[in-house]
Design a binder for this molecule. Structure first.
Ligand SMILES: Cc1ncc(C[n+]2csc(CCOP(=O)(O)OP(=O)(O)O)c2C)c(N)n1
Ligand SMILES: [Mg+2]
Length: 573
């Protein structure tokens, strides 16, 4: 074996495991690693402008490919910048390895320049985090980290001092990485108990999430047997919504009334592969059955009558033959009818009203119509997630990514970078809020640097609108939510992108089309109203009261114009 240092060995192990790249920002303590990458033809360094963006990009790669993705940050501040993105990866349960470079090994514990403690920093956002302090730990410690990220689906971190990375390796790569998924199924008795309940119940509703991946056909068969409407959580959208005659949309804060009522009006709720978090949107009296591969998820969000541990496909294939055909389709029919009405109400808001600012529902509808049939969408936390949830149509080929578990702003642009890097031939569309976009705006430059033809749509409402909405709902006068924005299209032009700025709603379709067809990165900024209401499907008394209070307080504070605004935008439209 030719002499390798630990950094070279690290890259070698990654390449052998099929990893093709590392996202990061270089630094002294990472020099060994970047130098090892420099000389390789089969491995790329994706030079980002912020380590948080690097972690988000790696998470997007892992989400889209299902394979391990890797990011890196230099010691101290570089490590710290990774953290929020890694939290997102970890909570979305995607396999990501972070290389957290560390200060010189002889200085650890001396409060040295840039010193932090990676083991403490990453403890909560990883399954595994270990320091490499001497050559004979490698590659075993790296391989354990990788296997842990792959099999537990989440983040692993390797902390490695710069000097250790340059030490001579003793061993070569040893492991073949396995992500083989076993079929996990409950006992026959458990399945029969659940089948018995379902066979006795006329009104069953299914709530599905990301854990339904790979089981679309079984899910449809199940819903057909039970005559059950299917509600999906946000992470289930790309998996469940398409080719689904039982679809009644979403519930929750992003959802709308039909999903809400289908859940509230059932006699049995069957939760499948979902961690939908909002307790107040679960039915109170229905029998609740939950299927999840991870036993620790059972009963986490709502009271439970029966829990089945296993993977969705295996369980459904075993369960369906035990189910009788439900002869009563009243619940399904009325839920679908409700969905048609709710959908129509939403669609009515998505027309070209020729008003300025431009309705974001219309923008998203046009985007949905113009985007490629296999487009990859990313959407920022804030109102862009609401518009994506309600107006983007999934078809089994399109993908949608967001920060749906961690709920971090600024996710969309870096996720779009990871998506485009891994899928150079596909259209990648980033739906950004003006707040979210400006938070990690530096990585707009990455689009030019790596020639990534991402299309960025900025929903420019000059505010942190989602928070403003929450403040109103809670009866608080909104404060600290104003954004004095620049012209983002001009910034984009300065960064070497095509930059377009819509003025009227008639600009939307031609500008989106121009951007989507442009051979390179493009940004379209679109002025949208600040108070385009997107209230939860039913407003609780407390929230309604809060909302009224906002009006009252707003008048008292001399902001009556805001109320007029609210009324014209949302009520009389
Ligand atoms: C990092 C981070 N900071 C703050 C928040 C709280 N927060 C949630 S949505 C939101 C507003 C997002 O604003 P913008 O991106 O402009 O989207 P909008 O809702 O205005 O469409 C904020 C501040 C958060 N989720 N993440
Ligand atoms: Mg905004």
């Amino acid at each position: 074996m030719s002499k390798q240092n630990l950094a070279e060995l690290l890259v070698d192990v990654l390449v052998r495991a099929g990893v093709e790249r590392m996202y990061g920002v270089s630094g002294d303590s990472l020099n060994g690693v970047t130098d090892a990458i420099r000389v390789r033809q089969d491995f790329n360094w994706i030079h980002m402008r912020h380590e948080e963006a690097a972690a988000f990009a790696a998470g997007a790669e892992a989400h889209l490919t299902g394979q391990l993705a890797v990011c890196a940050g230099s010691c101290g501040p570089g490590n710290l910048h990774l953290i929020n993105g890694l939290y997102d990866c970890h909570r979305s349960r995607v396999p990501v390895l972070a290389i957290a470079a560390q200060i010189p090994s002889s200085e650890i514990g001396s409060n040295y320049f840039q010193e932090t403690n990676p083991m403490h920093l990453f403890a909560q956002c990883s399954h595994y985090c270990e320091l490499v302090s001497q050559p004979d730990q490698m590659p075993r410690i790296l391989e354990i980290a990788m296997q842990t990220a792959i099999s537990k689906r989440g983040v692993s971190v390797i902390a490695m001092p710069g000097d250790v990375a340059l030490r001579e390796a003793i061993q070569a790569s040893r492991v073949h990485f396995s992500d083989s998924a076993s079929a996990v199924c409950p006992s026959r008795g458990e399945l029969e108990t659940v089948a018995g309940i379902l066979n006795r119940t006329r009104k069953v509703t299914i709530l599905g999430g990301a854990g339904c991946a790979g089981a679309h056909a079984e899910l449809m068969q199940l819903a057909g047997r039970l005559n059950a409407p299917i509600v999906h959580a946000m992470r289930g959208k790309e998996i469940i919504e398409h080719d689904n005659p039982f679809d009644v949309g979403m519930t929750g804060l992003l959802g709308f009334s039909s999903g809400y009522h289908a859940m509230m009006n059932c006699d049995a709720l069957l939760m499948i592969g979902t961690d939908f978090p909002y307790q107040q949107f679960f039915p109170k009296d229905a029998t609740i059955i939950q299927i999840d591969l991870r036993g620790e998820q059972l009963g986490r969000r709502t009271r439970l009558d029966h829990g089945l541990v296993g993977d969705t496909g295996t369980i459904l294939r075993a369960l369906i033959p035990l189910l009788d055909q439900n002869q009563d389709d009243e619940h399904l029919t009325s839920s679908l009818e409700h969905y048609r009405n709710a959908r129509k109400d939403l669609d009515d808001l998505a027309v070209n009203s020729r008003q300025t600012p431009i309705h974001p529902q219309y923008v998203t509808r046009v985007l949905d119509q113009l985007a490629a049939s296999d487009a990859i969408f990313t959407c920022d936390v804030g109102t862009p997630t609401i518009w994506a949830a309600r107006y983007l149509t999934m078809n089994g080929k399109r993908r949608i990514l967001g920060s749906f578990n961690h709920g971090s702003m600024a996710n969309a642009l870096p996720q779009a970078i990871g998506a485009q890097v891994t899928h150079p031939g596909r259209q990648v569309v980033c739906m950004s809020g003006d707040g979210g976009f400006s938070m990690l705006m530096g990585d707009l430059l990455t689009l030019r640097q790596h020639q990534l033809p991402v299309k960025v749509i900025v929903f420019k409402n000059d505010s942190l609108a989602f928070v403003e909405l929450e403040m109103k709902a809670a009866g608080i006068v909104d404060y600290g939510t104003d954004l004095r924005n620049p012209n983002f299209a001009r910034i984009a032009e300065g960064a070497g992108l095509l930059g377009l700025s819509a003025k009227t709603s008639d600009d939307v379709a031609p500008m989106l089309e121009q951007a989507l067809n442009f051979d390179g990165p493009a940004l379209v900024e679109i002025p949208v109203p600040r108070q385009e209401l997107s209230m939860p499907p039913t407003i609780t008394y407390e929230q309604a009261k809060g909302f009224g209070l906002f009006m009252l307080r707003a008048v008292l504070s001399g902001r009556a114009d805001e109320i007029v605004d609210l009324a014209t935008v949302n009520v009389f439209r």
